[in-house]
Design a protein around this ligand. Structure first.
Ligand code: 0RQ
Length: 502
């Protein structure tokens, strides 16, 4: 314990997770660490869930908390608290099946936010007071500063803003993570804000440790448990074809002189398709790549190992158990090549715009004009959330969205007349890729975009229906800038809900 908790005053605060969970007021806003299945607290949330479940069983059915995190977490946090019906309000991102079910059943409120907005919204006072922070760390230094864990997320803000702090010191996390973080403390509120002094993905602009006032720490809980990130599927034929189109496009951009040979810093979203694109880069001719992204997943670690990728800046290590073992075995190598930053820096619009990031994100559907829905199934049911996709898409040098051209065994077209929910408007979407092909929408007017998206990206079995819609919209007397048949624009979705096929 003395190794990991070097601040001796805090030894007196060491207690069980159950005792620490008792210190969290019912109804509190609780800011927890965690960004994907990395660096989230593992014991206190489960103990809190048990406490809330017991209260519910005793008739206190409104016993809940408001839960703020970096992004999604894992079953020990989101899953446990949701199963206990313990979350009244969740922000800013989740991907847990029980949370999703409760949100869609109207039992949990969910505020889906751009990940770069969360810290500043807390600082501005837009979210109300933060009562307690529960943050996993690797260790505590003699002066109370903290060695961050496998994700940084919003921890700096939670530690600054919370009235009280509970720390989970996870002995399972590698102490050699120390030095891999860059915590920037230079942000101020407007009108005092200054430019952020970062001009390359690898720049260090802060310090390796999180600051925390030891007098706010009400409990220290010792855990010894691994992160839980799911392993990726082997790339499918569809994702390989998407990756192929994308890499060919990037090569074309280099040839056309619009990008340097080593490209510009890459951002890659979550999921199997994004991982397949990274796998595709492994066999591409590109060298000396860099990444300015939010999650560092298996594909990126592979690229770092082989030297294709020279440096990666992120906010979380979203690694499968196998990749994590390899990372830990070679952590000195990776410490030279990875920096983990707070998410308001990893996703900062100013920095994404300055660095010229290539944003590559998944989508649920796009419409013929290039609007993108990343979050809602059939317009109403949340899938995960917008995450960082909007931070990167609006501000990137290139904004790329990708998905298979159909979903649910071909019954759904992912190219539709009008998206059933708008996350990224046509103004923020430059490139759409499906396994059918790639539509480069830069500089095109809406009707030109529609032509290209249907021709290149729609599945052949849905193209005649899309051409027919476009043709009738053009001759309907509707405005010819972005012609729509308003009575029909969302009929594909309602037909699917009625008949099981678009
Ligand atoms: O449903 O699980 O029931 O089979 O949606 O679809 O094809 O597995 O896609 O894993 O690449 O995720 C947009 C969700 C894509 C993801 C999204 C159904 C499909 C399946 C998932 P099942 P796939 P992926 C930075 C970036 C927002 C956050 C983000 C995402 C399920 O990329 O969450 O970008 N993005 N963050 O069957 C109905 C359609 C559908 C459909 C797919 N058109 N209609 N259902 N599905 N298309 C990272 C962070 O922020 C942390």
């Amino acid at each position: 314990m003395n190794d990991r908790i070097q601040n001796t005053a805090l030894h007196a605060k060491v207690m069980s997770a159950a005792h620490a969970a008792e210190l969290i007021p019912i109804g509190a806003h609780v800011g927890m660490s965690g960004f994907t299945g990395a660096g989230y607290p593992k014991a206190v949330p489960q103990a809190l869930a048990a406490r809330l479940a017991a209260l519910h069983a005793a008739g206190h059915t409104q016993a809940r908390i408001g839960l703020w995190t970096g992004a999604s977490t894992a079953p020990e946090l989101d899953g446990a608290l949701a199963k206990a019906q313990g979350i009244e309000m969740r922000l800013p991102y989740q991907s847990d099946p029980t949370c999703r079910q409760q949100i869609n059943a109207g039992q949990m409120l969910y505020t889906d936010m751009h990940l770069s907005h969360v810290a500043q919204a807390a600082w501005y006072g837009f979210l109300g007071p933060l009562d307690v922070a529960v943050v996993e760390v690797v260790g505590i230094l003699p002066d109370g500063r903290l060695i961050p864990s496998t994700s940084v997320g919003n921890n700096k803000t939670w530690l600054d803003q919370a009235r009280q702090v509970i720390l989970e010191v996870n002995l399972h996390q590698n102490p050699a993570l120390a030095g891999m973080h860059d915590i920037y403390n230079g942000t101020h509120l407007p009108p005092q804000r200054q430019p952020i002094p970062l001009t390359h993905a690898g720049d260090r602009i802060g310090e390796p440790y999180l600051q925390c006032d030891p007098s706010k720490v009400i409990a220290v809980v010792i855990t010894d448990q691994a992160d839980r990130n799911t392993a990726f599927d082997a790339p499918s034929d569809v994702s390989n074809r998407i990756a192929g189109h994308l890499i060919e496009f990037l090569q074309h951009e280099v040839k056309a002189g619009r990008m340097p040979a080593q490209l510009l810093p890459l951002q890659s979203g979550v999921g199997n398709t994004a991982n397949a694109v990274l796998a595709g880069l492994q066999s591409s001719p590109f060298e000396h790549l860099s990444a300015y992204t939010e999650v560092l997943q298996d594909g990126m670690l592979d690229l770092l190992r082989t030297g294709k990728l020279a440096f990666a800046s992120a906010t979380a290590l979203s690694l499968s158990p196998t990749a994590l073992a390899e990372f830990n075995a070679n952590i000195d190598f990776y410490r030279q090549r990875i920096l983990l930053r707070p998410q308001e820096i990893s996703n900062h619009p100013e920095l994404i715009r300055r660095l010229g990031v290539i944003a590559m994100n998944g989508m649920i559907e796009a419409d013929i004009y290039g609007n993108v829905n990343s979050t809602h199934i059939m317009g109403s049911a949340i899938m995960n959330g917008i995450g960082g996709s909007g931070d990167f898409a609006r501000n990137g040098y290139l904004s790329i969205f990708m998905s298979a051209s159909t979903a649910k065994d071909g019954k759904i077209s992912c190219i539709v007349p009008m998206v059933s929910h708008h996350d990224h408007t046509e103004h923020d979407v430059q490139i759409i890729v499906t396994e059918q092909g790639l539509a480069d929408l830069r500089g095109l007017a809406p009707t030109q975009r529609a032509q290209l998206i249907v021709e290149r990206c729609a599945h052949p079995s849905f193209r005649p229906q899309l051409w027919d819609y476009m043709d009738r919209a053009r001759h309907s007397g509707a405005g010819l800038h972005t012609p729509h048949l308003l009575d029909e624009a969302l009929s594909w979705h309602s037909r699917y809900l009625r008949t099981g096929r678009m």
